[in-house]
Ligand binder design. Sequence first.
Ligand SMILES: Cc1cc2nc3c(=O)[nH]c(=O)nc-3n(C[C@H](O)[C@H](O)[C@H](O)COP(=O)(O)OP(=O)(O)OC[C@H]3O[C@@H](n4cnc5c(N)ncnc54)[C@H](O)[C@@H]3O)c2cc1C
Length: 486
Amino acid sequence: MSKQHIVIIGAGLGGLSSAIVLQSRGYQVTCLEKNDEPGGKLHEVKLGSASFDFGPNTITMPHVFQDVLKGAGLNPDEYFTFTKLQKHTTNAFPDGTSFSFSSNMEEMQEELFQLDPGAADRYPAYLKEAERLYKLAENHFFNRTFSGFRDYFSFGLARALAASKPVQTMDAFHQRFFSDERIRAAFNRYATYIGSSPFDCPATFSLIGYLELADGVYYTNGGNYKIALGMKRAASDLGVAFHFGEEVTNLEIVNRNVQNVHTKKRMLQADAVIMNGDLLTQFPALVSEDKRPSFSDKKAASFEPSISAAVVLSATDTAFPTNHHHVFFSGDPEKEFRQIFQDKQYGDDPTVYLCTSSRTDHSRSSDGDNVFLLVNAPAVSSKKSEFPIERIYRKLSAYGIDLRHHTTEHQVILPEHIQDSFYAFRGALYGLSANSRKNTFLRPYNQAADISNLYFAGGSTHPGGGSPMVTISGVRTAELLMKQQR
Ligand SMILES: Cc1cc2nc3c(=O)[nH]c(=O)nc-3n(C[C@H](O)[C@H](O)[C@H](O)COP(=O)(O)OP(=O)(O)OC[C@H]3O[C@@H](n4cnc5c(N)ncnc54)[C@H](O)[C@@H]3O)c2cc1C
């Protein structure tokens, strides 16, 4: 009997993990990617002698990537390996104080003690509660797919939802443990990992603190983009066919089924299709509206995108006194979130995140540092907002980081570029924001309601954005497909 042919649209982490699962389970997979390289938002940029990870700089849950390969009978260590960072992130404040996040309990309490002894005392209780939220999500949300409204009606899920603090905001949750505003700002920043505001998103996502502070933050040896390269190589080793530089332009629907997938160069018959490209832009772009009555253009446009970003990649001729991850906080983080989400403007005094992976891995910049600078940006909209690059350079010079005079080569990447390069919904980094309960708990399903062999994997569907979550999405969607199309 000939193998069923599955076409995957997009070679992001979601698409690559689906491809590995399906090919290893006896399907023939073809992956079509419009860009020239795998990884989607996770890819390498080179400037002079420095190299950068565009996209995920903070890696958590490395077992998620390893498990995809193990599940296919491969040894993940032959494809990528990780180093755990101890004091991984330094948080610096305008008053000149700072403290670092560590995944070691004693070290973390010492760090908090410098700013507020009470916070150090309450830290174990915070971590315990964050762990409870994490376990709930792991058991009930992360590892399942949703293909229709019925999937929400389970007693276990309803109970888990109620226990996951869906009504309290992340900021209110952190206020219970941390009265110092600087400390709260540092913990609240976890909301940006799902592209949201801590003043709106549910406390459920305080589980991210558990991931970083108990499980740890990791660096992929040689660069985080090695995860994408490793997954592509694993998929090729298993027999997946890849076509890079080939954009899918149309899905031909016959009797509520995708029959053929079209690019400018070829037409491929498909038994089933997984769309890894952002479903909020690509479902409407590739399927005519009359074939998807449950997902009109109006409905697609009604979702709130996650945060976007302005990124500056700087190859420098000197090494700066920064940690691998270093955050320079705004004097008024609440105002900054309001400006981004409500006024759709950059903050007047933006929080600036720097990742300098050359601190851990000198091979990434032989002449100085490889500084990845990120500022939270509003999603692309009709309102124009100017990236305040000069203000950011001035802010960093006050901390002794003179990027302007020490940069030998640089590249600026704005939200419009993220939108155009990956067809990301309004330049969103993480698909949807989690600012509303609808976006959080009622995301678009992993399967099209009107087309029986079309599935979705990636940041805009379940379980959500961020590199481990989209990888889980790819695996679970592949499993859903196998269950239904057998
Ligand atoms: C600047 C930035 C910083 C980030 N920081 C972090 C971080 O520190 N930690 C973290 O975990 N996550 C981070 N993220 C988020 C993370 O990168 C994403 O959640 C994740 O990589 C998305 O994976 P995906 O598989 O859903 O989609 P994508 O990576 O967007 O992949 C989808 C692919 O589909 C392709 N495609 C789309 N349409 C078509 C078409 N019609 N035909 C063919 N191909 C198509 C696209 O070109 C793309 O390659 C960051 C993202 C950005 C941009």
